[in-house]
Design a protein around this ligand. Structure first.
Ligand SMILES: [Zn+2]
Length: 223
């Protein structure tokens, strides 16, 4: 939001809709920063299984040039901006970004506000990691904190709490159905999201798809 050149670009994760501007930024001299796994995935061919989407390795100019494993801090505009890795959440390379002076948090695609989220199992994401990442933000947020989701409108602590509680309820139900020996199709048919669909089911991922996605996630990567 400036006419000045962009000095730093921080990718919250590797997905194309969050890194698609990298090549232009990289060529115009921006320094691209991200978690180690963002560069690793962008540097090789990827398959997002749930979407059946293959992506080719990114051109060199698009790759992050500074990567970190746990966290990093920017000291810019008189503010501390802390980016830290949220393990195995939406993917295996998510960062949460805290703008400490402004009381703003950017959660990338760990947070889809007002709709069922996509959790990319084939990129190392887990529903438990998403819940854990939400809990870490909830622990430091106050009622004035602005929380920026990867998709959906600007948000706040109360809405983030409702999101993590929805994820805990639905994943808990599916976990129980798996324990009871139900098959994938039976779990989807049981409509484990039913009472949440009115509020969360009208977005990118419809209810049945979300139940399928979470079941596959819990069977594969999640605990
Ligand atoms: Zn994403």
């Amino acid at each position: 939001m400036t006419a000045k050149p962009v000095t730093f670009v921080l990718n919250t994760h590797w997905h194309f809709d969050h890194t698609g501007g990298n090549e232009s930024f990289g060529k115009s001299g921006s320094i691209i920063v991200a978690h180690d796994n963002v560069r690793r995935r962008m540097d090789s061919e990827q398959l997002i299984e749930f979407l059946g989407m293959k992506t080719k390795p990114s051109p060199k100019a698009a790759l992050p040039v500074i990567t970190f494993s746990a966290d990093t801090t920017f000291h810019l505009n008189g503010e501390e901006i802390h980016a830290y890795h949220a393990p195995r959440a939406h993917t295996d390379g998510d960062s949460v970004v805290l703008f400490r002076g402004s009381n703003v948090v950017h959660m990338g695609d760990i947070y889809f506000n007002g709709m069922y989220p996509f959790i990319d199992t084939s990129s190392g994401g887990t529903v438990d990691g998403v819940i854990a990442a939400a809990d870490r933000v909830l622990a430091i947020a106050d009622d004035r904190t602005k929380i920026i989701p990867g998709h959906g409108p600007l948000s706040n602590k109360a809405e983030l709490k409702a999101y993590r509680d929805m994820l805990e309820s639905v994943s808990g139900r599916i976990r129980q159905l798996i324990k009871d020996g139900r098959k994938l199709e039976e779990i989807v048919e049981a409509k484990p999201t039913a009472d949440f669909d009115e509020k969360w089911g009208k977005g990118f991922i419809p209810p049945a798809k979300f139940a399928e996605m979470l079941t596959r996630n819990l069977l594969r990567g999640g605990k």
